[in-house]
Design a protein around this ligand. Structure first.
Ligand SMILES: Cc1cc2nc3c(=O)[nH]c(=O)nc-3n(C[C@H](O)[C@H](O)[C@H](O)COP(=O)(O)OP(=O)(O)OC[C@H]3O[C@@H](n4cnc5c(N)ncnc54)[C@H](O)[C@@H]3O)c2cc1C
Length: 387
C-alpha cells in the first residue's frame, strides 16, 4: 500500500469529521453486511478491511507512527458511533483494538516491527485466548501452562469460547508460568502463531447454528521465548491495561435501537398497537432505550473530556445488554407463529428476522463480564456494600 499521509483529524471540527466518516461509510460499506445479527466471518468482510486499510482508517485508535488515524477520545467516539449508526459489522479486529495497543505499550522493538504492520494489513489476524473451561469470570484460575525449556516455551492446555479462532492466524494467550505463585502473579502473556505444531482448533456451533467461537487445544506446543510480551509472570498487568474504552463501546444504544425500529415496523404492519398489553410493553422498552441513550451520552461526554471511566460504567453494560435482550424477546413474541421460525419473514413488504436478533442478544449478558459480575463490581466499588 502507498503510504497514507497522516491527517490531523483531531484538528477538525466534530461535525466535519462526523460528516466525512459518515459519507465514507455510506459510500463504501457493502449494503448486504449492514446490521448483521451475528458475528461476521473474515471471508465476508476482508474486502471492507482492505478498503479501510487503503484509506488509512483500519486502526483509528493507533498513533500515526504505526499507521493509525491517531484519534483522540472524542473523535474516536464519533468514529465508533458512525460505525454503529450504519450497522457496520465488527470483523476479527482484536489485533487492532486489543493486542496492537498492548504490543505498543509492552512489546519489544522487534515485536512492534514484526507484528504491528502485519496486524494493520490483515496479514495477521488475532484471536483472544483467555477463557478456559474452569476460568471465565474467575479468569485468574487459568491452568494452561507454559514451561521454559532452553530457547522455547512448551505450552499445554485448553482455551474455550475463542471468538473466530478459525479465521485467525495468531492467538494472544494468557498462560500460567509459575504454579506456586498467588493466582494473578504467575501468569504471562504470549503471542502464538496458530500454525504451530500441536495446536488444534475445534469450532463450536452456537444455538443459531453459527460457528462463531472455538475450542483451542495446546499439546506440547513449542514457541520461541521471544513471543513473551512484557515480563515473565506479569501477564495479568499486561492484559488488564486496556479494559476501559471497550466498556463504553459495548453500551452503545444503536444495536437495540435498530431492533426497536424493526419491532415498530412489525407492530404497525400487524396492528399490534391496538393491543394495550403490547402497547404497554412497547412503551416500557422504548423508554428503557431512551434511558440507555442518556446514560451512554453521559459517559461519552466523560470520555470526550479526557476523564477515565470509573467502575460505575458497569451499569451501562448491564442496562444496554439486558434492555437489548428484553427487546428481542418482545420481537419474538410479537412475531407470533413466525417468531419461532428461522430466517427472514415478509411482513407487509418488510423483511423481518425475529430469531436471529434474539439469538444474537442471548450471550450479551455473559461476554465482556457477565451481568452478575458487573453487579458485584457496582456493589463493591460504587455502593461499597460489604462482601
Ligand atoms: C459470544 C462469546 C464470545 C466470547 N469470546 C471470547 C474470546 O474471544 N476469548 C475468550 O477468552 N473468551 C471469550 N468468551 C468467554 C467469556 O469471557 C466467558 O464466557 C465469561 O468470562 C464467563 O465465563 P464462563 O462462561 O466460564 O462462565 P462462569 O464464570 O462459569 O459463570 C457462570 C455463571 O455464574 C455467574 N458467576 C460467576 N462468578 C460469579 C460471582 N463471583 N458472583 C456472582 N455470579 C457469578 C456468572 O455470571 C454466570 O452466570 C466469550 C463468550 C461469549 C458468550
Amino acid at each position: 500500500m502507498a503510504a497514507v499521509p497522516a491527517i490531523d483529524y483531531n484538528a477538525m471540527r466534530d461535525e466535519d469529521f462526523r460528516h466525512q466518516v459518515r459519507s465514507f461509510f455510506e459510500t463504501n460499506y457493502p449494503e448486504q453486511l449492514r446490521f448483521l445479527p451475528r458475528r461476521v466471518r473474515m471471508s465476508e468482510i476482508s474486502g471492507w478491511w482492505n478498503t479501510l486499510y487503503e484509506k488509512g482508517w483500519i486502526a483509528p485508535n493507533w498513533p500515526h507512527e504505526w499507521g493509525g488515524m491517531g484519534l483522540e477520545a472524542g473523535k474516536m467516539v464519533i468514529f465508533l458511533e458512525e460505525m454503529e449508526r450504519h450497522g457496520i459489522a465488527r470483523p476479527a479486529d482484536q489485533g487492532i483494538t486489543q493486542v496492537g495497543p498492548i504490543i505498543m505499550k509492552y512489546g519489544t522493538q522487534a515485536q512492534k516491527d514484526h507484528y504491528l504492520p502485519r496486524t494493520r494489513s490483515g496479514e495477521i489476524i488475532w484471536c483472544q485466548g483467555y477463557s478456559e473451561p474452569n476460568a471465565g469470570s474467575d479468569l485468574a484460575n487459568l491452568q494452561t501452562s507454559a514451561v521454559i525449556e532452553g530457547d522455547v516455551f512448551i505450552v499445554n492446555g485448553q482455551k474455550i469460547w475463542t471468538t473466530l479462532a478459525h479465521d485467525s492466524t495468531h492467538i494472544y494467550l494468557l498462560v500460567r508460568t509459575d504454579k506456586e505463585a498467588k493466582k494473578q502473579k504467575g501468569i504471562s502473556f504470549l503471542l502464538v502463531d496458530l500454525q504451530t505444531s500441536g495446536i488444534t482448533i475445534r469450532p463450536i456451533r452456537n444455538i443459531a447454528g453459527h460457528e462463531e467461537f472455538c475450542e483451542v487445544f495446546f499439546d506440547d506446543v513449542r514457541v520461541p521465548r521471544d513471543v513473551l510480551v512484557g515480563k515473565m509472570n506479569e501477564g495479568w498487568t499486561v492484559a488488564k491495561a486496556l479494559l476501559g474504552f471497550e466498556r463504553l463501546n459495548i453500551g452503545s444504544p444503536r444495536r437495540p435501537q435498530y431492533a426497536l425500529m424493526r419491532l415498530e415496523m412489525l407492530a404497525r404492519a400487524k396492528g399490534l398497537f391496538a393491543d394495550t398489553g403490547f402497547l404497554d410493553r412497547f412503551i416500557a422498552i422504548k423508554l428503557d432505550l431512551e434511558d440507555l441513550a442518556a446514560l451512554y451520552g453521559r459517559y461519552v461526554e466523560q470520555v470526550k473530556r479526557g476523564e477515565p471511566l470509573g467502575q460505575d460504567v458497569s451499569s451501562l453494560k448491564i442496562w444496554a445488554m439486558e434492555a437489548w435482550q428484553r427487546l428481542t424477546e418482545l420481537l419474538v413474541e410479537a412475531g407470533a407463529e413466525d417468531g419461532v421460525i428461522e430466517g427472514a419473514h415478509d411482513i407487509a413488504g418488510v423483511e423481518i428476522d425475529f430469531l436471529s436478533p434474539f439469538y444474537y442478544a442471548r450471550p450479551a449478558t455473559i461476554y465482556g463480564g457477565s451481568s452478575e459480575i458487573q453487579r458485584n463490581i457496582l456493589s463493591k466499588y460504587v455502593l461499597e456494600l460489604p462482601s
